[in-house]
Design a protein around this ligand. Structure first.
Ligand code: HDE
Length: 737
């Protein structure tokens, strides 16, 4: 036992640790993190002051640049005495820390972002004069993905709409396309936005549930307010739980007005089409991930970019003649609860987005980025969609409280890459030192500067669209009153497994409501979409299925809405390879290199960390252990001789085929869990080197679709490569429809 220190005596010297005593230069930034504070991803200066880049100097200083000799001890009157108020460094350090947080976004608080580049195809030239859409024009971009309801620290894979906001730093000023991964919205008029958000957010008394729609207030609102039906149905479909931000579509939602070089106008809807296809999680998977890896989407995006698997989307437009009615094939283009099926108006590709750099600093970039649907460039104009009109007000307003004043456009990530010469002056957080004496127009003192652009180069040149002769009123147009035919089209466009998932989602969400009246009202809404959907959810809730209150709409399905039945590139998909220390390591090596060759990300899973080299070959690094791995991380699972409980690889092989009970006793239970989950979640599974015993032990029939027993690691991977393009083995989902 050590003696207690004598009161008043200085503390004994701490034991020596390897602290650097020499001043040294900081480590260089990681390769994908060369300070976008001062240069953008394409090397262009952002205008930020190099000298203010954090940790760029050798000496620790105060905010005023005075070098510090101690930052670990407060100034005290004696080592055991009171702390002195005169300690400037203590007060400055703690005060700054106290103010490190800013208000989170009122919606879309949880997000992840990346830098990239957009290349125009030139194919939009006949309808839009925007310079960034010209052939081979390259424009730096910053994209932020988000969930809507949850707080900043909430989990990624909750059932929710995802934001997909893109800032194009174009030569003609910044254009923001602030979209979602769902092409319709809950409400038709911005004045209802606080209502839907108050209903979706946690209950004001207990502040629960976090980042969930499965609660009474949400369902209370969306069942009373039936224009929300279409968006809610998308949320309850697989689209509400994307597999990855990289595998989501994006939509501008509203109809925009494009303007060509001669002033001609065309109505258009924007679409982002992911090169990797549109893929989703299954509900159980999403729930597991929320516990196991709440940062799943954020990690996935950053890892892919760091690994050089740059995600890509094509930007496309659906175009419609700009007629006074602003309808297309009977669909009201100003109603944001409507889509126009791609079969009626094909999406025409106009450019390619590539995300190629992770942010260097989450707060400076992802948190401080400020989007605004009113940030438009010449060639892109708004329409009278009443939802869009309200947004044009909201975004500027919210940034002022969130980012602390009107000068947020000076924050590096928000700085336009086009020259800025506004006459906005002063205000909180002004960082510019403006020169001249005449920030007003007209002036003679600053030589009359700045001058106005001509109508041919200026932005915000309103198209001379006729405003209908009208009286002031608080009314929606009659065409906004059909709330069920578009949801019915969506339901009819789904494949049987996708319909099953929708039924499961409604049954879960309404089942989580306490109020019987809300459940019953929910069923009434479903009856107007489809009787089978309604009957199945009613059965799950133990309630009678009501009759529809409107005639069921006679609409054709839109096959483009389904995720099933097409194939996609497999690049970037993650394959788990379960390896035993004395299993077929040569097969593991072969499967691994074949996976890398195919552009997959193989991850070797072993009983413990370290290297596997029992066969004397090249050591195989274990990247996940049975403790750190969970099936949900992988798109497919390979098993090469499975270590038994206690690490005996042979235990499995000895107890294989036909003797599932013995095998189950022998196989490590964490492997069994991985296999049974991967099977339930309809993932490709391949086994070799005796590992089929583990499949049987996990209750996986060897002749089930998408289950492969191969004779080598290479063969197993080859078979998996034929299954992955469909993303899941869809036949494996129970289909009763
Ligand atoms: Fe937003 N929305 N929104 N929204 N929205 C915000 O702006 C708002 C709507 C969307 O990653 C806020 O900077 C109103 C539709 C995205 O930073 C706020 C209405 C669509 C993001 C706001 C809508 C969106 C936001 C909160 C009804 C898809 C995240 C913080 C009229 C087309 C952007 C902020 C980011 C964020 C208001 C409806 C997309 C409060 C009033 C429709 C992707 O201004």
């Amino acid at each position: 036992m050590t003696n207690p220190p004598t009161p008043g005596a200085p503390a004994p010297e701490p034991p020596s640790v390897d602290e650097p005593t020499e001043v040294r230069e900081p480590l260089p930034p990681k390769p994908d993190q060369t300070g976008p504070e001062t240069v953008g991803p394409t090397g262009q200066p952002t205008g930020a002051d190099r000298a203010r880049v954090a940790q760029s100097g050798a000496y620790l200083t105060t905010a005023q640049g005075a070098r510090l000799y101690d930052t670990d001890h407060s100034l005290k009157a004696g080592a055991r005495g009171p702390v002195l108020l005169q300690d400037h460094h203590l007060r400055e350090k703690i005060t700054h820390f106290d103010h490190e947080r800013i208000p989170e976004r009122v919606v879309h608080a949880r997000g992840a972002a990346a830098h990239g580049v957009f290349r125009g195809y030139g194919t939009a030239a006949s309808v839009c004069r925007a310079a960034f859409l010209a052939k081979d024009a390259e424009t730096p971009v910053f994209v932020r993905f988000s969930t809507v309801l949850g707080s900043r620290g909430s989990a990624d894979t909750v059932r929710d709409t995802r934001g997909f906001a893109t800032k194009f730093y174009t030569s003609e000023g910044t254009f923001d396309l602030v979209g979602n991964n769902i092409p319709v919205f809950f409400i038709q008029d911005a004045i209802k936005f606080p209502d839907i958000i108050h209903a979706g957010k946690p209950h004001p008394d207990r502040e629960i549930p976090q980042a969930q729609s499965a609660h009474d207030t949400f369902w209370d609102f969306v069942t009373l307010h039936t224009e929300a039906t279409h968006h809610t149905l998308w949320n309850m479909s697989d689209r509400g739980i994307p597999r990855s931000y990289r595998m989501m579509e994006g939509f501008g939602v509203h109809t925009f007005r494009l303007v060509d070089a001669d002033g001609g106008t065309t109505l258009a809807k924007f679409h982002w089409k992911p090169k990797l296809g549109v893929h989703s999680l299954v509900w159980e998977e999403a729930q597991i991930i929320n516990g196991v890896d709440p940062d799943f989407h954020r990690r996935d995006l950053a890892d892919a970019i760091e690994a050089g698997a740059f995600p890509q989307w094509e930007l496309g437009i659906q175009t419609f003649p700009d007629t006074p009615e602003q309808t297309f094939e009977g669909i009201d283009l100003l109603d944001p609860t409507n889509i126009v099926p791609e079969e009626l108006a094909p999406v025409q590709p106009i450019g390619l987005l590539t995300l190629n750099a992770n942010p260097s600093n989450f707060f400076a970039e992802t948190e401080q980025v400020a989007f605004h649907p009113g940030h438009l460039v010449p060639g892109i104009d708004i329409t009278d969609d009443p939802l869009l009109s309200g947004r044009l007000f909201s975004y500027l307003d919210t940034q002022i409280s969130r980012l602390g004043g009107p000068n947020f456009a000076q924050i590096p990530v928000n700085r336009p890459h086009a020259p800025v010469n506004d006459m906005f002056r002063d205000g909180m957080h002004q960082t510019a030192v403006h020169r001249g004496v005449a920030p007003y127009r007209p002036n003679s003192l600053d030589g009359g500067c700045p001058f106005l652009a001509g109508a041919d180069t200026g932005a915000y040149i309103e198209s001379p669209v006729r405003v209908p002769e009208a009286k002031k009123e608080r009314e929606a147009p009659e065409t906004f009153a059909d709330h069920f035919s578009q949801p019915r089209r969506f339901w009819l466009s789904m494949s049987p497994p996708e319909r099953e998932h929708i039924i499961g989602a409604y049954t879960f969400e309404l089942g989580k409501c306490y109020e019987q009246a809300i459940k019953e009202r929910g069923l009434k809404v479903l009856a107007n979409i489809d009787p089978v959907l309604c009957a199945r959810v009613a059965e799950g809730l133990g309630l009678p299925a009501p009759e529809p209150t409107v005639p069921l709409a006679d609409v054709a399905p839109s096959p483009a809405l389904s995720q099933v039945g097409r194939t996609w590139p497999v690049e970037g998909r993650i394959v788990g390879i379960v390896a035993a220390p004395d299993g077929d390591l040569e097969g593991v090596r072969a499967a691994r290199s074949a996976a890398l060759e195919a552009g997959l990300v193989p991850l070797v899973i072993g009983p413990t960390g370290g290297m596997l080299d029992a066969d004397g070959g090249d050591p195989v690094a274990v990247q996940r252990t049975f403790v750190t791995a969970r099936s949900t991380e992988f798109d497919a699972l390979l098993l090469a001789g499975v270590p038994a409980r206690g690490g005996d690889a042979n235990g499995v092989r000895d107890a294989k085929a036909g003797d599932a009970a013995t095998a189950a006793r022998g196989v490590d239970p964490r492997v069994l869990l991985m296999v049974s989950e991967a099977f339930r979640h309809a993932k490709a599974i391949a086994a070799w080197a005796g590992a089929e015993g583990a499949l049987e032990a996990a209750g996986v029939p060897l002749d089930a679709p998408g289950v492969v027993v191969a004779d080598s690691g290479e063969r197993a991977l080859a078979e998996v490569l034929t299954l992955l393009p469909a993303h899941r083995v869809w036949e494996r989902f129970p289909a009763t429809l």
